[in-house]
Design a binder for this molecule. Structure first.
Ligand code: DGL
Length: 275
């Protein structure tokens, strides 16, 4: 059995993956964390599949060359729905991805109308279509792919208030439906940050994200890798919490003090040369 603290890499295009990191940290507070975001290429939601497969591979391989990592979490639906096979092919380290929580939503909905809110890219993916075909036969699945929402969430985390009117306007395609979804899947890791505002627009809906399920999966996989998670020798206060981005800019400067609320105390910029 291994009783040292595992080193967990959590990756996203932006700060959305912090919502997933936060769930994992609650489950495994003594672990060491590296949160890496590819702000140089943000947003992923408007990038081509080929570009993203190459880009994510380059960024993750770079991280592996710099840090000792026991498990990788691709905390981005847009990337996970296309990048996992090529990453798993090229790496021996366990990789956990995040995909829209369609299946759990079918257990919650009463009116059988489920809304999937995600990036434009995620709603168009074959992976997403297959998820719906496999787990949501007989349910009415309304897809809404938006490019603005991830940025709105990024801005909220930087202290810029969400414009509720603008948000409600973006939701018009659902607000004008005969049957409005009673269950809304947050299919982008940025969206849990704007759940309070989304709930104002859809006060009767239940919102579902994948954070808790991912944290459970990470826990189980680490146990399978012989980590004795209930007996980690390092106390939580001693754990490393490093945040990295692929570009240092003004937004990063603003976000660093905010991320200290999530226990991050160190920052490193990582440059990606080959895309
Ligand atoms: N957080 C990412 C996701 O879960 C997407 C944001 C982006 O467009 O880069 O899909």
């Amino acid at each position: 059995m291994i009783n040292r603290a595992p080193n967990i890499l959590v990756f996203d295009s932006g700060i959305g993956g912090i919502s997933v990191y936060d769930e994992i940290r609650q489950k495994i507070p003594n672990a060491n964390y590296i949160y890496l975001f590819d702000n140089e290429a943000f947003p992923y939601g408007d990038k081509s599949i080929d570009y993203l497969i190459g880009r994510v591979k380059s960024v993750i391989h770079k991280a592996i060359s710099l840090f000792s990592i026991d498990i990788i979490v691709i905390a981005c639906n847009t990337a996970s729905t296309i990048c996992l096979p090529s990453l798993r092919e090229s790496l021996q380290i366990p990789i956990v991805g995040v995909v829209p929580a369609i299946k759990p939503a079918t257990k919650v909905t009463k009116n059988k109308c489920i809304g999937l809110l995600a990036t434009k890219a995620t709603v168009q993916r074959e992976y997403t279509r297959n998820l719906i075909n496999e787990f949501a036969q007989g349910y009415n699945i309304e897809l809404l792919g938006l490019s603005e929402l991830a940025l709105i969430a990024e801005q909220k985390l930087q202290g810029i208030a969400v414009n509720q009117q603008q948000l409600t306007l973006l939701m018009q395609p659902w607000l004008t439906l005969n049957v409005i979804p009673d269950t809304i899947v947050l299919g982008c890791t940025h969206y849990p940050f704007i759940k309070p505002e989304l709930a104002k627009t859809f006060p009767l809906a239940t919102f579902i994200d994948s954070g808790y399920a991912i944290a459970t999966r990470v826990y189980n996989l680490l146990e399978q890798c012989n980590f004795e998670l209930t007996n980690i020798s390092q106390p939580a206060e001693k754990a490393d919490h490093l945040v990295c981005s692929t570009q240092y800019n003004e937004s990063v400067e603003k976000i660093i003090p905010i991320l200290s609320k999530y226990n991050f105390n160190k920052y490193q910029s990582i440059s990606i040369l080959c895309d």
